[in-house]
Design a protein around this ligand. Sequence first.
Ligand code: GLU
Length: 515
Amino acid sequence: MVDLPPTNDGLAHTHAMTSSVRVRVAPSPTGDPHVGTAYQALFNLAFARKHGGRFILRIEDTDRARSTSDSERAILSSLRWLGLSWDEGPDVGGPHAPYRQSERLPIYREHVERLLAEGNAYRCFCTKDRLDQMRADNRDKKVFPGYDGKCRALSSDESDRRAASEEAHVVRMKVPTEGTCVIPDVLRDDIVKDWESIDDQVVLKSDGFPTYHLANVVDDHLMEITHVIRGEEWINSVPKHLKLYEYFGWDPPVFCHLPLLRNNDANKSKLSKRKNPTSIEYYRRAGFLPEAIVNFMGMMGWTRAQGEEKFTLDAFIQNFELEKLSLGGPVFDVEKLRWLNARYIREDLDAVALVDRLREWALGPDYLERIAPLAQPRMETLSDWGYLTAFFFADAVPVEAEDLLQGGQDPKQLAELFQIALWSFERLERFDAASLEGVFREIADKRDIKLRDLTRPFYVALTGAKASTPLFDSAELLGRDLVRTRLRRAIELVGGLSAKKTKALDKEFRATFGA
Ligand code: GLU
């Protein structure tokens, strides 16, 4: 048993009093490693360390269409780079392995069978067409848009017979149709919801994979998670989760929903990559130090008593109190991060340490040896290296609107081309020279522009130069994140794209380039 301070962290109303604290971060590997994942990982890690507990990393890859192993690798590597390491996880193992949900399917199946057998769930054979129609009708009638419960009324004989004849179906959990549910949360007063407003959630999809809700609850229980510390966007899922805990006869964990990170804009919108880079990889490539990022994340919703803003991970852990987190939307202000990063560079590193960090960052043999073959054919002296490759070691590159518009480009059209390329890049599974070339050829073809004319402004946007190393290979080495931010800046430089224009373009893009 851990020795826990009596007043803090909502521990009083939890079974954690008698067992050791166990917390987790449970990212879905469906994209770039997000700064929000690091933020949650940091708060979970701090809570675990503070209480001598365990911090677990679980990969929630039940969305088969969107999960990729590249994304999983990138998430693990970014969190490790930040120094947020876990005690149990898919790569380090642990007593509750496997920690990757796609490897736990029989466990979920067994639990779904149990829900079915005990009458707490039912098979639903409704087709997509029927569900679409039902939603549209509900919308027209302005009633709750959830499932209407048609298959809830099927007799078990009929349900068994149709399942035996392999009719496609999902499994839904039964949610009460009346009464209220209370959501307890360490940081908030109880939130009360009407069951009526909550859908009979699908727990098993027709492909035999569980949904997030079922897998998450089953795993949190089996992995003995005591505190669920995660993003606010999951609060509305708690009633369904509590119902599942009740159906299984398990004690639920303590819930703590962290405020969402916000953009630094007038209406503090939810942090989005339209406004800020959100990939940890971007910050790594742009030359931010991991300790500065962790420090910055620690400032989100938490202020140190003495007001000093620069602190180590250890100090953060020592002073950490979950209950004292502020709910005011923490602003992810990149300028502030830059200011903090500068302090780390100037105050903590001597020349030798700085050179070490530069080597780790981009001046090590791995990266240099990949750039060398691109620069070599263009070099007469070694000193040509400097101007030829400067853009590989930069965040933004020096570009003006007129550099991009040379050749009489129409600024609006150019902004559109940059945007179309950005969307096409998002769809690429591999960000390599061959795939990038494919994207440019497709855009040239669909927009009826010569490839050379199309690529020239991209070249300038990405390299800041008129002549340098070849575009597709260079973009591959720069990687998704730097390419994305440089093209975004280029769009702004040529006048930007209004929300309305973006919407229309998106429609055109989907129609012309396939959904
Ligand atoms: N897989 C969910 C996510 O991607 C986890 C949410 C949770 O922590 O319960 O955020």
